[in-house]
Design a protein around this ligand. Structure first.
Ligand code: UDP
Length: 243
């Protein structure tokens, strides 16, 4: 199925609900058709706008989802609304559930070793039958071929890449062509959330669209990165004014 796109500052966001999008990835898995998924927030949109080399990577993605209420709000303001937020963590959990039901093979790449092991234990607790065919922490020698060889041998259907922005997108863009199949999803801090080392905002905060603020309170070191948000808002408002 061909999904529509909505262009936000040059980044093509997929026009789909979370469940339509997960269905779409399921089609890819069943057809053994590769996919590169970026779950993008305003920070990623700004990075792509400010760094042409990162925009080139974003352009290689099969799908970019709106991971961040800022993107959904911007789309609405520009009169090209997106149906809802499609966050990386939620997509990952839905795909793990799907993989458990359909015996799809899963590979986890990213986070610190201890966090990764904790996350793996928690995933196995929740999905005892799930086939995790491999896992590697996110602190490796970029030049080593070990991870690529492991993925090629173990043939996972789903590869969750949690190396942070922009490493995860760069890694996927650089390596996806070597594999015959696989849906590769950049999932940021999701392995930390599954491990319980980072807490996601409580539901009420999420419903009030304040997850970004909760993250800022919990990890004040993100303040510098979050300065992308007002720059994003300014660019969107300027575009709105021009149209
Ligand atoms: N990470 C990693 N390798 C690195 C740098 C970071 O595996 O070289 C992991 C980090 O441990 C964390 C994840 O990447 O589990 C996401 O980091 P961050 O919270 O910065 O994600 P972002 O907000 O960039 O998506």
């Amino acid at each position: 199925m061909n999904l529509e796109h909505v262009d936000i500052l040059g980044v093509p966001f997929v026009h789909a609900t979370r469940s339509q999008f997960v269905d779409q990835l399921h089609h890819h898995i069943n057809a053994e058709q590769k996919a590169f998924v970026i779950t993008a927030n305003p920070e990623i949109v700004m990075k792509a706008n400010e760094e042409p080399s990162y925009m080139k990577v974003v352009e290689q993605a099969t799908y970019v989802t709106a991971d961040g209420i800022g993107v959904v709000k911007a789309a609405k303001l520009l009169n090209k609304p997106l149906p809802e937020r499609v966050a990386g963590y939620d997509v990952m959990m839905d795909l793990l559930h799907l993989a458990d039901q359909h015996q799809h093979r899963v590979y986890l790449l990213g986070a610190r070793q201890e966090t990764l092991e904790k996350a793996e234990r928690n995933i196995r607790k929740q999905f005892p039958q799930l086939k995790i065919v491999g896992a590697h922490n996110g602190f490796f020698d970029w030049k080593s071929r070990h991870i690529q060889q492991e993925i090629a041998e173990r043939q996972p259907d789903l590869i969750f890449v949690a190396l942070g922005v922009p490493r995860q997108e760069n890694w996927i863009a650089e390596n996806i062509h070597q594999f015959d199949k696989g849906v590769f999803v950049g999932v940021g801090g999701s392995i930390d959330v599954i491990a319980g080392t980072v807490k996601r905002a409580p539901e009420v905060w999420q419903r009030m669209n304040l997850e970004w603020f909760y993250r800022l309170l919990k990890q004040p070191s993100r303040f510098g990165r979050m300065m992308a948000l007002p720059r994003f808002a300014f660019k969107i408002l300027a575009q709105k004014a021009r149209s």
